[in-house]
Design a protein around this ligand. Sequence first.
Ligand SMILES: Cc1cc2nc3c(=O)[nH]c(=O)nc-3n(C[C@H](O)[C@H](O)[C@H](O)COP(=O)(O)O)c2cc1C
Length: 182
Amino acid sequence: MKTLVELFHPNLQESTVNRRLAEAANVKENVTVRNLYELYSDFKIDVEEEKRQLLTAERIVLQFPMYWYSSPALVKQWEDAVLEYGWAYGTNGNQLKNKELLIAVTPGAPAENYVHNGPFKYTVHDLLRPFQATSNLIGTRFVKPFVVTGASSIQADTLEQQAAAYAEYLSKEQLELLGDYE
Ligand SMILES: Cc1cc2nc3c(=O)[nH]c(=O)nc-3n(C[C@H](O)[C@H](O)[C@H](O)COP(=O)(O)O)c2cc1C
């Protein structure tokens, strides 16, 4: 399945986890990784080019480190610019319909923080609901996110396992959808 990884990391040189995940993904056949902060360091998105790229893909991956229980700012800028009325949603806005949308996110904090009776109170899936709601609006199929918790303190062997798991996950023909409240 033709897969486009839109990688958003403000400082990829300093990245440990996202850089390694992206490298592992990039060597897979049918996977293309694009470095959005490199392309748009001025935050001026080339909307037509972005649309062209999205149209080539059957599976669209938004990959980023978790920042403030959400994403780095360019992800939001990208959504605001690219997912236009009449193109991604609204009247005749069905260009992304039935494509898959996959969020790959790396929270720095360990998994035990992201439970309902834990210190952060919300699961990672809870925090990704705005993406799921967006997916509902634009008619993409929101597959189960790929989440690497504990990214700030990850051990080298765990990172290698996660990188291999990510590359394999992206290459699967069939991925399960995330339930509305799962
Ligand atoms: C501005 C900023 C905000 C962050 N917010 C969160 C957060 O809300 N939750 C969390 O678990 N980690 C947070 N982190 C930690 C990053 O998610 C973590 O450093 C990153 O995923 C590691 O991936 P990398 O090696 O690719 O940079 C934050 C880091 C920065 C710089």
